[in-house]
Write a protein that binds this ligand. Structure first.
Ligand code: ZN
Length: 109
């Protein structure tokens, strides 16, 4: 298995910090709250992508455009784990509604 899943206790309104450089990659004090650092591979919700690095997109079996074109049948977690990216960590947090989650992917240290 190329990825490690970490279920966090964070809520939808908590900032999310990079485990490597401590940068707030989700920062609710910023108008543009998605603030990825170099360690972020993707930031996504079950509903769609908020950010993805080129490198990670190339490792996925489908492109983001393809995924969004069929988002009525989207299984985001499956898309994010159906890749040939070698080693990464997924932080999953609960959005607090309709069993939706946010997923933030980081490179492994
Ligand atoms: Zn970082």
């Amino acid at each position: 298995m190329a990825y490690q899943l970490i279920q966090t206790n964070m809520t939808a309104t908590d900032n999310i910090q990079c485990p490597h450089c401590k940068h707030a990659v989700i920062d609710w004090t910023e108008e543009q709250y998605v603030q990825p650092c170099d360690h972020v591979l993707f930031i996504a919700m079950d509903l769609g992508f908020e950010y993805i690095s080129d490198e990670f997109e190339h490792s996925m079996s489908r492109s983001v455009d393809e995924i969004h074109a069929h988002d009525d049948q989207l299984n985001m977690f499956e898309e994010l784990t159906n890749t040939n990216y070698p080693n990464y960590v997924i932080y999953q947090s609960d959005l607090g509604a309709q069993n939706l989650s946010r997923y933030v992917g980081f490179v492994q240290a």
